[in-house]
Every structure is written in structure tokens, then in C-alpha cells.
Design a protein around this ligand. Structure first.
Ligand SMILES: *[C@@H]1O[C@H](CO)[C@@H](O)[C@H](O)[C@H]1NC(C)=O
Ligand SMILES: *[C@@H]1O[C@H](CO)[C@@H](O)[C@H](O)[C@H]1NC(C)=O
Ligand SMILES: *[C@@H]1O[C@H](CO)[C@@H](O)[C@H](O)[C@H]1NC(C)=O
Ligand SMILES: *[C@@H]1O[C@H](CO)[C@@H](O)[C@H](O)[C@H]1NC(C)=O
Ligand SMILES: *[C@@H]1O[C@H](CO)[C@@H](O)[C@H](O)[C@H]1NC(C)=O
Length: 458
């Protein structure tokens, strides 16, 4: 009976130890958390290296003892032992022994596996077309599998732990090595830097009221210093929205080191790209003719061509018949990028606050006001939006004169003319009357004069 009990007890111990062993895959410099097994009420836990003579690392007990080997990389609690900044000598099997007051021992193993994740010929960056070779190795005899996940999220070639290919811009970014052991996965990130255009949006939105800036950026920064020795030519091409003929705006050849402006009509300016890797083009005010696709392509000395295309949309408000109107007139306002909008992109009008239309919701590119009023004077804004984000805005200022002014001018002019006519008439009448009076007086004098003469004489 006692023997049978002991046998069962042993069996429980064996099951417990074999089931609870922990395998941890880590790189040098990383942190490992070794979890304690289930502890009895009155516990004494000690952690030590399995290899050679037992070297105790740390111990902890139920009556408050907590002890770690000197150094600042270890910390212990009842739940775990933490090793910060793992060093090569920390790898191997660490044993955790648990005792309680009845002196039962549960040996518990933590296996720390050393991982080596590296790139052949470690370089700060790769030129596209050069060899990219990644390795991921686990130093263990345990059964495990290793594979890589590309920055885009898909699995790389299935060769155990190593990837070899020609570097492309898609390889730029965070690679992940995944180690699978007994169903448990551990991931190791590895950054690969391949020379590429920085990932900005494919669309550039501006308006005829705003500057034009076509952003072409090259990364990483370290490459910029070596640009002239790695690049053969750089070309900026432009395809207008209304045409399919591509024209060269600028071209650069490292042979003569000269940046040449091919299309002087575009009047775009550029920064010194050998200084900061800024290949952007700029103009103070965007024009309708700037609409189209801009393409910057770099030919490396190894023949690889890296290119980036950006679509420029210029928003413009076209008023018909014009911006200066008399109230009561018909006005047609059109806000457009000169073609159909991308899906999800909308136009929204913002009339001046005083406008009788201020509170209406205008979501069409064309706005027809059958009779404009003076209250419609002011700044009319048109926003190009994606969901609630404003991509760009165009503004127009309307000047609407009151119709009264014109009538008043007409009335005043007419009144003036009538007044002048009346004055002239009055003058003529006055003159005529004066002449008549004089004639009358003259006649009166002629017939009256002899009488007093005779009277006098008599
Ligand atoms: C890059 O160049 C463009 C055009 O010259 C300019 O607008 C932009 O501010 C520049 N960016 C930086 C960070 O210098
Ligand atoms: C551009 O910048 C580089 C590096 O600062 C300098 O050597 C070169 O003279 C500059 N070129 C121009 C045209 O300013
Ligand atoms: C840029 O133009 C070149 C030459 O026409 C073309 O080969 C390349 O595919 C274009 N790049 C993009 C991203 O459209
Ligand atoms: C308003 O103007 C736009 C473009 O300026 C034009 O396409 C449209 O036919 C005009 N609508 C009316 C009713 O005049
Ligand atoms: C914006 O709109 C797009 C397409 O209409 C949609 O897929 C996306 O979820 C929206 N985003 C937000 C933040 O509403």
C-alpha cells in the first residue's frame, strides 16, 4: 500500500516536470522571462545552471528571501526569474528546483536557445539589384522549423532559415524570422534597408490658389552621400492629363554631374538633391497645365531602374460668366480637377456666411445660381475631400453689385437730362416773354407820347 502510494507520487512528479519544461528562443541582448512552476504553500525555489558544477543564479522562498547573483541583469519574484540583456553565457538549460517543508523536489527545466539572426555582409543599406542574404539559426538539437516573413507579410522561400535573392524595393522594411517548436512560435524582427523612394501617397492634391510641390524622396539618408558613385542617370518625366505624350522635365547624368532642364516651359524648380536626397519639384502657384503624372526614375550603375510615379490633381474654380456680376444675373460655378474624381473623393462648396445659400449642402462640382444677390459677394471656397479629410481647397472672390445702383444711375442721368431740358425751356420761354414785353412797351410808348406833348403845349 505505502509502495503504491510512493509510485503514484513519483509518477505525478515525472508528469509534472516533463509537461512544464519551457523552451525559450532568444537573441543576445534580449530579455527572457522564466516562469516559475506551480508552487506549494511553503516554498523554497532555487534557479541554477545545469551545466558543469551547479552555479546558483537566484533563489526565493515563502518567508521573504529573495536573492540574485551580483550584476544588474537579473531580477526574481515568486512568479518568475527575469534575465535582461541576455549574453552568450546565459544560454543553455537552467534548472528550477522547488522544495516545500516535506522536502519534495520538483526539478523544472528552462531551456534557453541561442538564436543568430543576421544578414550576409552587414551593410547600412542595399542598392536594388544587389544580393540580399538573410540567415536565421537556432543553436539547438531540438526539433524545430524556421521560416522568414517578408515585409509585405507573405512567407519567403521555404529554405530552412535562409533567404537569398536580388534586393528590390519591396524588400525594404521589417523582415520576421519565425521559429516553431512544439507548436509554439517565436518571432525575430530584422530590418533591411534597400534604397527606395519614400512611401508617400500616389496622389498629390493642390489648387490654383496654392503652391505645387511634387515630393520625390529617396531613403535611407546614408545613401544620399554615396548617390553620385551609385547612380548613372536620373530623369523626371511628365505626362499631362490631357495628353499621352511623355516629356522630360529634368535629367541628370553622373558622367558630367550636370542637372539639365529639358522642358523650360514647366518652370519647376528643384532642390540640390545630392545634399539631402530631396528630388522634389516645386512651383509657387500650381497651374491647370500642371495636372498629370510625374515620374522620377533612377538608373543605378548596376543597371537597375527604380522609379516612382505621382499623379498631380489641381483643383480649379471656373466662374461663368465671371466674378463681377450685377445682382439678378445667372451664375455657373464649376469646381473640378479636370476629370472624373477618384472613388471616395468628393467636392464640397463653402459659400460666404452672408450668402442665402450658406446653409445648403453643396456636394456637386457644378453650382448654378439662377439669380445672384449682393449677399453672395465674398469668398467662395471649394474643398476636395476624402471622407472628412480636406485634400485641397480652391477659393474665388465674387463681387456682386446691386441692381439698384444701375437704375439709380440711369434715373439720376435721366432726371439730370430732364432738368437741363426744363431749364433750357424755361430760359427760352423767359427770353420770348421778355422780347414780347419790350415790344409791347415800345408800342405803348409810341401812342402815348404825343398826348402829353400836346398837353404840355396847351
Ligand atoms: C524638399 O524640396 C521641396 C521643393 O524644393 C521643398 O518644398 C521641401 O520643403 C523640401 N523638403 C525638405 C525637408 O527640405
Ligand atoms: C549640392 O550639395 C553638395 C553636397 O552638399 C555640394 O557638394 C554641391 O556643390 C551642391 N550643389 C549645388 C549646385 O549647390
Ligand atoms: C516611369 O517611366 C518609365 C519610363 O517611361 C517607366 O518605365 C516606368 O514604369 C514609370 N514608372 C512608374 C512607377 O510608372
Ligand atoms: C456650367 O459650366 C460648366 C463648365 O464651366 C459647363 O460644363 C456646364 O455646362 C455649365 N452649365 C450651365 C447650365 O451653363
Ligand atoms: C473613407 O472612405 C473609404 C472609401 O469610401 C473607406 O474605405 C474608409 O473606411 C473611410 N475611412 C474613414 C476613416 O471613414
Amino acid at each position: 500500500m505505502k509502495n503504491l502510494l510512493q509510485f503514484f507520487l513519483c509518477l505525478i512528479i515525472v508528469l509534472k516536470t516533463s509537461g512544464a519544461d519551457e523552451v525559450i528562443y532568444r537573441r543576445v541582448g534580449e530579455r527572457a522571462v522564466l516562469n516559475s512552476p506551480v508552487l506549494p504553500h511553503q516554498y523554497y525555489v532555487s534557479w541554477f545552471f545545469e551545466r558543469g558544477p551547479e552555479i546558483e543564479i537566484a533563489d526565493v522562498s515563502y518567508f521573504g528571501r529573495k536573492h540574485v547573483n551580483p550584476g544588474n541583469r537579473l531580477s526574481i519574484s515568486t512568479n518568475n526569474l527575469i534575465i535582461n540583456n541576455m549574453q552568450e553565457e546565459n544560454f543553455g538549460t537552467i534548472v528550477c528546483k522547488v522544495k516545500d517543508d516535506f522536502k519534495f523536489t520538483f526539478p523544472y527545466l528552462c531551456i534557453l536557445v541561442f538564436m543568430l539572426v543576421s544578414m550576409e555582409e552587414q551593410r547600412p543599406f542595399l542598392i536594388p539589384g544587389h544580393r540580399l542574404s538573410l540567415n536565421c539559426n537556432a543553436e539547438t538539437k531540438r526539433r524545430h522549423s524556421v521560416y522568414w516573413i517578408k515585409p509585405a507579410g507573405n512567407k519567403a522561400s521555404p529554405i530552412q532559415g535562409s533567404v537569398t535573392k536580388k534586393a528590390e524595393s519591396q524588400d525594404n522594411g521589417k523582415w520576421k524570422c519565425v521559429v516553431k517548436d512544439n507548436g509554439k512560435e517565436s518571432e525575430f524582427e530584422f530590418f533591411v534597408s534597400v534604397v527606395d523612394f519614400s512611401s508617400a501617397s500616389k496622389y498629390v492634391y493642390t489648387s490654383t490658389n496654392l503652391p505645387l510641390s511634387i515630393p520625390f524622396w529617396i531613403t535611407p539618408k546614408e545613401f544620399v552621400q554615396k548617390i553620385l558613385s551609385n547612380v548613372e542617370t536620373i530623369e523626371w518625366l511628365f505626362t499631362p492629363k490631357t495628353s499621352s505624350t511623355q516629356q522630360t522635365i529634368f535629367s541628370f547624368s553622373s558622367k558630367n554631374g550636370q542637372l539639365k532642364q529639358e522642358d523650360t516651359a514647366s518652370e519647376l524648380s528643384y532642390k540640390n538633391f545630392t545634399d539631402g536626397g530631396n528630388f522634389s519639384l516645386h512651383r509657387n502657384l500650381a497651374r491647370v497645365e500642371d495636372r498629370g503624372t510625374y515620374n522620377c526614375s533612377i538608373t543605378f550603375t548596376n543597371g537597375y531602374v527604380l522609379s516612382r510615379s505621382l499623379v498631380v490633381d489641381v483643383l480649379e474654380i471656373t466662374p461663368s460668366p465671371g466674378t463681377e456680376l450685377i445682382s439678378g444675373h445667372h451664375l455657373n460655378l464649376s469646381c473640378s480637377t479636370g476629370g472624373p474624381l477618384e472613388t471616395g473623393v468628393t467636392v464640397k462648396w463653402v459659400p460666404p456666411d452672408t450668402s442665402s445659400l450658406a446653409k445648403a449642402d453643396f456636394l456637386s462640382g457644378h453650382l448654378i445660381i439662377t439669380r445672384v444677390g449682393t449677399e453672395d459677394s465674398g469668398k467662395w471656397r471649394c474643398d476636395l475631400r476624402r471622407n472628412t479629410t480636406t485634400l485641397t481647397s480652391a477659393v474665388i472672390t465674387l463681387k456682386i453689385d446691386p441692381i439698384l445702383t444701375v437704375w439709380m444711375i440711369v434715373t439720376i442721368c435721366a432726371a439730370g437730362i430732364i432738368l437741363i431740358l426744363l431749364l433750357i425751356l424755361a430760359f427760352i420761354l423767359f427770353r420770348r416773354r421778355q422780347r414780347k414785353m419790350r415790344q409791347l412797351r415800345h408800342r405803348l410808348c409810341k401812342c402815348k407820347n404825343p398826348k402829353p406833348k400836346g398837353f404840355y403845349k396847351a
